[in-house]
Design a protein around this ligand. Sequence first.
Ligand SMILES: [Zn+2]
Length: 356
Amino acid sequence: MAFFVFILFGLSQGKADEAAKNNLMVGVKIYDYAGSFPNLFEGWRSLGINTAFVSASLESNQEFRSLAKKNNIPTFIIVPIFYNAEELEKRPDLSAITNEGKKASEDWVKFVCPTREDYRNQRIEYVKNLVRELNPDGISLDFIRYFVFWEMVYPDRTLNSLPNTCFDSHCLEEFQKATKIKIPQELFVTSEKAKWIIDNHLQEWTEWKCQVIASMIKALAEEARKIKPDIKINVHAVPWRRDDFGGAIKIIAGQDLAQIAAYTDYISPMCYHHMVLRDPAWVHSVVEDVYNLTHGQIIPSIQVKEAYIDKELKLSEFKDALVEALKPPSKGVIFWNWDTLEKSPEKKEAVKAALK
Ligand SMILES: [Zn+2]
């Protein structure tokens, strides 16, 4: 009898584990694809991938969309908000300005000033059109933050070495209006005004920045839900814990995740540990930190292959990062990106094994 009970218990326990795993979101980021779509979906299903984060151009492919539906794979369109090189090319005056009075630009990372009403409205209209025309299951808001090339910010950096933005005349005007703080009239140069704000009113400046970002997320989510009430909203978060670099997630990036979580279904910190010189256990520590701040559904994104760093991301390290990414309170994992995962049979096997 005891043996029988044990078998039953064992079975039901196994089923419960399976169900728990089935509830996990297992996503891939994919920007374009030249191969066969039926094979792509078959490949995803065989690995246990159940969600796709795609570019607008891929989502606009009819065959891709109908196969996603048929295979029961929800799709989120990745929409960059304040990173927009194309628009900045046309309108350089939209550029965000650093505390040194320079354009917010480092390598490919170029940011738009986040307070321009016309630009914000244009982005909201763009998202509304995507929802209307392509009917995605979700919108995944990317670059919805202030300028920083975090992919190259290593553990030894300090808060003061990171660029604070945006100090163009428009933001300075809006900040003074919102907070009633008056920048002394004798300060003419942007870098002096920025220094005065940072030295005297960093807290107000930071809170206002976080509000600029959160209000944009709120507007985008509300407008998308007006068109499609059950649409899911995800935000890509800079992978900094609350106290990393002296609170830079709020002070520099303007991402107050507690505030942001109120408007979104998911938060996905980009836990690309190898790139920022952290170990795999750091992935879980970021998830825990974001969860403690938000009590939301946290889905870390992890990197499949090395990037920016000239050292291989080994299979064993990828496996470790995947284990860390799936530890509760994580609600899943998103692989950045499909292109690199597809090319690595060993890493695909590791994914399959971890999700079994
Ligand atoms: Zn600005």
